[in-house]
Design a protein around this ligand. Structure first.
Ligand code: GDL
Length: 723
């Protein structure tokens, strides 16, 4: 076997093409050989050049990595490798020996070489060793032989690479494959530094970005890791991967990776959804991104922020992808499938109905004819299943509208109060009677004109989802439909519940039967045991915020209105005076949220609530979606990274006569839900060190955790929660 010098890698780096394409690297059922061949055709058509074979649950790729392929498997792999060649796609064969390899045992290294030699005989010329998702503790034998895990991996990888004749393409996936895994950080990670220094220069390194599933990948972050790795990484992009959550699918565009990165990277491979067919958008938009040039066209109008990429518009890339995808939906993929008629003067194509085709008579049911799928249907579908950190625009609007309808409905307030009142029906009989009466009159009758019109618009949006579902179910291409089916059923039913709830609030339909039934069907508690575990954890779904002990008084939480300003100021001042015995108000540095409580800054829409008891207003909760201007107002220096993670600020005050923490928890729960639907990623609050009551309150909530904030005055603490 030839053993070219390892300097070869460096010399040829000038001429190597940008690696672009797909890594089949997810957990779960691997794609079929037919799907992979279809993938190669698509890659060629869209200008992508690489396929990395790394299906986690393929026996001989990972669990039984030592086993050679049988004759039948060999035939299949050979056919696949030839198909890739035919379509000008580089087939990279990856192997993951990390579950149980003993690095220091020469027999193990020989087994690895033997396996890769076999694949070489199938015609494969590009290889990869993956060490992701494995135990980092070395076995005693390896501990004796190597000074670190990185040294062990690098030694074996270099040896295998040289054994194979230093292939032109050879990739290595480190165990610390994203910044979040590096200790203490990327530049000081001894693991990554060893890999960077010792791995032969012709070997390229895979990297998933700041996190396993990276929201954004910045140029600076790539510059940092490249300097440690001593080479530009190949991004293994998990932006469209869905193997970690069976309810999610990602049909949004490739996004939040500036095209400036192309010059700084060795390549990008997307590890997309487990379902093959829905990956049309993920792969098509990545191809558009890879082709990005300065004439990428005008910017997206709706984005309007400085983060826009002059060479690539995710919105346009999405429209291009969906337009092509629509054609695929409309093409039949199965013999015997029925095609709907294209225009009104053509007869529908009948394949096997022949003479026996049924024609309904007068007065009988007409034949069911669903309309053909439209581009708008696909845009809606993509919006509902967008990206891991972002819903599409229509989905966002639907959430915001539902939140508004819920918070501004007379019926909703009455309904909530009814629940609370029932708890106290023994202690507060008069009030119960009074409130129940008002809730009956409120229900459906007293909604404002604005509420009714927004409820109608919400209903129309829900209807569009149902229509989209119907047209999708009727699409001739059944393979795509079957891959999407569980997801679209799920969203249709979720939207159906929301729709029924709004109808109930508006006084139409049966009162919340589907929603408040105490003997629900299994779809009334979705997510199974895993969903239940999640809801019990702090910060998840905020469900926990609503679990409260029996109340001792009756409270009303309602949206704040301008007339409440004086009362809120009064409570604010009263609570400031409460703290004065510890530190005089005049000497206390201001909090960012003080201007909110003092009425100098208005809360964001749907982000203000007041609490009332029998005596009057006794508390409030206010929030700003964007806290920056309020921080600037009091000249508080704050780092951009804090604002990026926690852009919103919240403040809650409750008079001491309210001894029960439940109403305040409830207000926070509602505000967090409004803030979340505005698209904010996180919320912080500021507290004075002496304010034991609020400190105790936030600590007990569980979801808020203390955070470090540069520039905080001495006796002020910050706590925050992600949304
Ligand atoms: C991972 C796994 C990958 C999986 C993905 C998303 C890498 C390098 N490895 O950590 O197999 O599909 O997360 O769950 O990303």
């Amino acid at each position: 076997m030839s053993k070219p010098s390892s300097a070869k890698g460096q010399a040829r780096s000038e001429t190597r093409r940008f690696i672009s394409g797909v890594v089949e690297g997810f957990y779960g059922r691997p794609w079929t050989m037919e799907q992979r061949t279809e993938l190669f055709k698509r890659e060629q058509k869209w200008g992508l050049n690489t396929y990395l074979y790394a299906p986690k649950d393929d026996y001989k790729h990972r669990m039984y990595w030592r086993d050679l392929y049988s004759a039948e498997e060999a035939e299949q792999l050979m056919a696949l490798i030839s198909a890739a060649k035919l379509h000008n796609v580089e087939f990279i064969y990856a192997i993951s020996p990390g579950l149980d390899i003993t690095f220091s045992n020469p027999k193990e290294v020989s087994a690895l070489k033997r396996k890769l030699d076999q694949v070489r005989e199938f015609g494969c010329r590009a290889f990869s060793l993956l060490f992701d998702d494995i135990e980092t503790e070395m076995c005693p034998a390896d501990k004796q032989a190597f000074s670190s895990f990185a040294h062990a991996q690098v030694a074996v990888t270099n040896e295998v690479y040289q054994h194979l004749g230093e292939p032109e393409t050879f990739l290595f996936c480190p165990t610390d494959y994203c910044a979040a895994f590096c200790t203490p950080n990327v530049s000081q990670s001894s693991y990554l530094n060893t890999v960077g220094e010792k791995l032969l220069p012709g070997i390229d390194i895979l990297w998933t970005g700041p996190k396993v599933v990276s929201h954004k990948i910045s140029v600076e972050s790539i510059e940092e890791v490249s300097s440690v790795l001593k080479r530009a990484p190949v991004i293994w992009d998990n932006i469209h991967a869905n193997d970690y959550d069976p309810q999610r699918l990602f049909l949004g565009p490739y996004k939040d990776r500036p095209t400036e990165l192309i010059a700084k990277l060795r390549g990008v491979l997307t590890n997309p959804n487990c379902e093959f067919y829905p990956n049309f958008v993920a792969i098509h938009t990545l191809a558009t991104w890879c082709k990005a040039t300065a004439d990428g066209g005008p910017r997206d109008v709706e984005m309007g922020d400085e983060e826009q990429d002059p060479c690539y518009s995710p919105q346009k890339a999405l429209t291009l992808a969906l337009t092509d995808w629509l054609q695929e939906f409309l093409s039949t993929d199965q013999p015997g499938a029925r095609l709907k008629k294209e225009s009104s003067d053509e007869e529908p194509m009948q394949t096997d109905m022949g003479e026996s085709s049924y024609v309904p008579g007068p007065g009988e049911n007409p034949l069911y004819t669903a309309e053909p799928l439209t581009l708008d249907d696909l845009k809606l579908l993509s919006d509902l299943f967008y990206l891991p950190y972002e819903h599409g625009p229509t989905a966002r609007t639907m959430l915001q509208e539902l939140d508004w309808l819920k918070n501004n409905s007379c019926a909703a307030t009455a309904e909530t109060d009814m629940v609370m009142l029932f708890i106290h029906s023994f202690t507060n009989t008069d009030n119960v009677v009074h409130m129940l009466c008002s809730s009956v009159t409120n229900n459906g009758v007293l909604q404002t004109a604005e509420w009714c019109s927004r409820a109608q618009q919400f209903d129309d949006m829900c209807d569009a989802v149902v229509q989209m579902f119907n047209r999708l179910s009727n699409a001739p291409n059944r393979s795509i439909l079957y891959d999407l089916y569980n997801y679209i059923c799920d969203i249709k039913s979720g939207v159906g519940l929301a729709r029924a709830y709004v109808k109930t609030l508006g006084g139409q339909g049966r009162p919340s039967a589907q929603l408040m039934n105490d003997d629900p069907e299994p779809w009334g508690f979705r997510g199974g045991l895993s969903g239940e575990f999640q809801r019990m954890l702090p910060g998840h779904g905020n469900r926990d915020l609503f679990r409260h002990p029996p109340m001792t008084a009756v409270y009303c939480i309602r949206p704040y209105c301008p007339e409440d300003k004086m009362e809120v100021q009064k409570i604010f001042r009263e609570m400031q005076r409460e703290g004065e015995d510890k530190v005089p108000t005049m000497t206390q540095p201001p909090l960012i949220c003080d201007s909110l409580s003092a009425g100098e800054v208005s809360p964001s829409p749907q982000c203000a609530l007041v609490l009332e008891d029998e005596i009057g207003t006794c508390g409030y909760a206010l929030a700003l979606i964007d806290a920056k201007p309020a921080a600037a107002k009091i000249q508080r220096p704050m780092s951009d990274s804090v604002f990026e993670e926690f852009p919103s600020v919240i403040t809650v005050q409750v008079l001491p006569r309210v001894t029960d923490p439940s109403p305040a928890k409830r207000m926070i729960g509602r505000l967090l839900s409004s803030i979340r639907s505005s698209g904010s990623r996180g919320v912080f609050c500021e507290l004075r060190q002496g304010d034991r009551r609020m400190l105790d309150f936030y600590t007990k909530l569980g979801s808020f955790k203390p955070i470090e904030m540069a520039g905080l005055p001495q006796d002020i603490l910050a706590m925050a929660t992600s949304l």
